[in-house]
Each structure stands twice: as structure tokens, then as C-alpha cells.
Ligand binder design. Structure first.
Ligand code: GLU
Length: 282
């Protein structure tokens, strides 16, 4: 059974780019006689707000979409994600990183081989780590690519791959070999903020039986990391369909930060959902 989802983060209202994504996923589920889920990705309490969640659901209903109930809200399941981090930690795949964003950026400037090297800072020496811990300094848990590779074995590492049925940024399609090394040793949790995006997404895609991930090209690189997490956790890798990103009249892509043309605004201006759907090609 085909299962896909639209997984917005309630950090603002939906714009046309989100509408395109949601319509693409919903349309694909309908065409396949499959299931369409909406998942609220609100694990970051500093950026997410409940009123945006309500607004997003209102926008989706206005667009004419329907989805299964109940809607999964990630902030209700933080212990699930912490459990995944715990499993990875007990398998020795994680290390504590006390470096600040500035330390990392400075290191990128100094690194002879570019950013990938700098985002693989490696564990602190044991005595340094003990002092930092004793001083109560905040830290992030990073997934060690070296240890992950060792845990999977060279053969499984070489076989990490996913099927891309959409339009990857460089036009790649079909079976794509995953390159988790591009993202470096990603942060999977922070001491104070809990599990990070990649953990919550892969956990939920598995739990919810998602067979097809349909989302914008801006998340194409994320797939490379997510495939590694799926392999480590024994979760199936869904098929990916990344789609092109819509751009506004100025040629820039729609971004939440400038809240360019929200659906709320369009509705207030009297635009009908039928018109918008036609404009977006649905
Ligand atoms: N929550 C993510 C976002 O709003 C999407 C995650 C995903 O589709 O995998 O950008």
C-alpha cells in the first residue's frame, strides 16, 4: 500500500511552495489509491507555535485536501525519539560535541579540505570531555561516520542507496548511492533540546509505514543522512520523490522566513483554491 505524508513544521503559515508539496503528495496518494498523512514536525519549541499548527491545518483544508486522523504531532512523542538516540548511543555510534557553532565555523575557515572535514570534529580527548561535563557545559550528540561505517560493515556501507523518482537538484534519478559523508557527523540530539530532525523524521516514516517521501529538493541532501539512519536502525528506506522548488515573481524561492505570499493572505485577497491549484498545476 502506497503511503505518503506532508510534514510541515509549524514555524509560520504555509506559502505556495508548501501548497505545491502538499498537493503533490496528496495527488500521488490518490492516484495510487494509497494513504495520505499529515505530520506536524514541531520538535523545536523555540521556533514552533501551536497557532501555526492550527493555521496550517486550516490552509490545507481550504486547499481541498483531506488526510487521515489523528494527525501525528511530534512534540507528543519526544520519548520515542530519545529512545532512538539511546539505542545509537548504546551501540557506541555517538559522541559528545561541546563545540559551539562559532568553533565549527572557525574550523571550516581553517580546514584544508573544506566543510566536510570541519563538521566531523570527532570526540574530545577523554580528560577534556570530563572537565567540560563536570562544568555543566551544553553539548550535542553527533553520529560518528567512522563508527557507523564500522558497525554496518564495508559492504553494507557501499550499498547505502535510495531510489529517486523525482527531480533531484542535479537531475539524478533512479538508484542513487547515498553519500552520508557530505553532511559529516550530523547532530542527532542536543543535551537540552532532545533529538534532532533526522531522528524524528526517520523514526516516524518507519512507524507510519511511509513508502514514498514526497518533498522539496531542499531536502535532497537530508535523504543521504536519513538512509544511513534507516540502515543503522534496520528501518526500510522509502522511495524518494524530491520536487523542484517554486520561485516567486522575483525568481527567488519561497521561504518561510520572508513569509512570501501565504495561503492565508491569498485567501484574504479573494483567490480561490481552484485558481491556486490550477496555477500550481493541479
Ligand atoms: N518538517 C520538514 C520541513 O518543514 C520536512 C521534513 C520532510 O519532509 O522530511 O521542512
Amino acid at each position: 500500500m502506497f503511503v505518503t505524508r506532508f510534514a510541515p513544521s509549524p514555524t509560520g503559515r504555509l506559502h505556495k511552495g508548501h501548497a505545491f508539496s502538499a498537493l503533490a503528495a496528496w495527488g500521488a496518494a490518490r492516484a495510487a489509491g494509497g494513504r495520505f498523512l499529515v505530520r506536524i514536525e514541531d520538535i523545536d519549541p523555540t521556533r514552533c507555535r501551536p497557532e501555526f499548527e492550527a493555521g496550517i491545518l486550516e490552509d490545507l483544508a481550504w486547499l481541498g485536501l483531506d488526510w487521515e486522523q489523528p494527525v501525528r504531532r511530534q512534540s507528543d512523542h519526544l520519548t520515542d525519539y530519545a529512545g532512538v538516540v539511546d539505542v545509537l548511543d548504546r551501540r557506541g555510534l555517538l559522541y559528545r560535541c561541546f563545540r559551539t557553532r562559532k568553533d565549527i565555523l572557525d574550523a571550516i575557515g581553517d580546514a584544508p579540505h573544506g566543510p566536510a572535514e570541519a563538521v566531523r570534529p570527532g570526540p574530545h580527548p577523554a580528560d577534556e570531555e570530563a572537565t567540560l561535563l563536570a562544568n555543566g557545559r551544553p553539548f550535542a550528540w553527533r553520529l560518528s561516520l567512522d563508527r557507523a561505517r564500522e558497525a554496518l560493515g564495508a559492504r553494507a556501507w557501499e550499498a547505502l542507496a535510495f531510489v529517486e523518482e523525482g527531480e533531484a537538484p542535479a537531475g539524478e534519478r533512479g538508484l542513487i548511492r547515498a553519500r552520508p559523508e557530505t553532511a559529516g557527523d550530523v547532530v542527532v540530539a542536543r543535551k537540552d533540546a532532545g533529538a534532532a530532525y533526522h531522528v524524528a523524521v526517520t523514526h516516524d516514516d518507519d512507524l507510519q509505514g511511509v513508502t514514498h517521501v514526497i518533498r522539496g529538493q531542499d531536502l535532497f541532501e537530508a535523504a543521504h543522512v536519513q538512509v544511513l539512519l534507516q540502515a543503522l536502525m534496520g528501518w526500510p528506506t522509502p522511495v524518494y520523490r524530491h520536487h523542484r522548488l517554486l520561485t516567486g515573481e522575483d525568481g527567488r524561492r519561497f521561504a518561510k522566513r520572508d513569509q512570501s505570499v501565504t495561503l492565508e493572505q491569498l485567501r484574504a485577497e479573494g483567490v480561490s483554491p481552484v485558481t491556486l491549484r490550477a496555477e500550481l498545476g493541479f
